[in-house]
Design a protein around this ligand. Structure first.
Ligand code: ZN
Length: 218
């Protein structure tokens, strides 16, 4: 939603409601963990009041454990914290789950997936950042594909149900390889909202998932 037109937010939320998108992805930036400041709880609440799909809230903030209850109250269904922003990760993950939200952990491009080995069975989702968080208009980092494949092996290996989400530089060019590598959830902002038809752009990305499912069944 960071790429939506905030002067016409209800119009853009309606578009996502109508589209085949599964979730609303909200990027919360604090100007400390990442250079930019995005938006906070009142905007999350406003989106919640109009959104007809789950809210996937990605906290790019330091000390996210201070705000777990607040984001629950604002309407988050999924809450993802950064590995790099938390000291007691296991504790925060269970704080999120005990608030009846689904818990995700995000990794910056330099953070290896192997560091998640011991927490993976507790997670509902892992978010692989395929650009550095908090800077606009960046190029997709190719090494993300290798990370996704490795993470997929780890998830299957430990019998975890964790979904793999990818955030940053997702478009029609990068998406097929991401799905191929094992991504379950694609986050797309600019590519969707700058498209002549955002709904058609979402449809195009969803079709990749449809094809993958057909391949799995065949
Ligand atoms: Zn995000």
């Amino acid at each position: 939603m960071l790429s939506a037109d905030f002067g016409n937010l209800s119009r853009d939320i309606e578009m996502v409601n109508r589209s085949r998108a599964d979730w609303f992805h909200l990027d919360i930036m604090d100007g400390v963990f990442v250079p930019n400041i995005s938006f906070g709880l009142p905007v999350v609440k406003a989106i919640r009041s109009l959104a007809e799909k789950p809210l996937d809230v990605h906290l790019m903030i330091t000390g996210p454990e201070r705000y777990v209850s607040d984001f629950k109250k604002a309407g988050a269904d999924w809450l993802t914290v950064h590995y790099e922003a938390v000291t007691h990760l296991h504790r925060v993950v269970w704080q999120i789950k005990n608030e009846d939200m689904l818990a995700g952990v995000a990794l910056n491009p330099h953070t290896p997936v192997s560091l998640l080995e011991d927490i993976l069975p507790d997670l509902d989702m892992v978010l692989i950042m395929s650009v550095n968080p908090g800077f606009g208009g960046q190029k997709f980092i190719q090494n993300s594909l290798r990370k996704i494949s490795k993470l997929k092996e780890m998830v299957l290996g430990c019998g975890s149900d964790a979904l793999i989400e990818v955030d940053g530089g997702v478009d029609a060019l990068t998406a097929p390889a991401l799905v191929e590598a094992g991504a379950d959830i694609l986050v797309s902002g600019n590519y969707v909202f700058k498209a002549a038809s955002p709904e058609a752009a979402i449809e195009g990305l969803k079709e990749l998932g449809d094809e993958e499912e057909a391949d799995d069944e065949a």
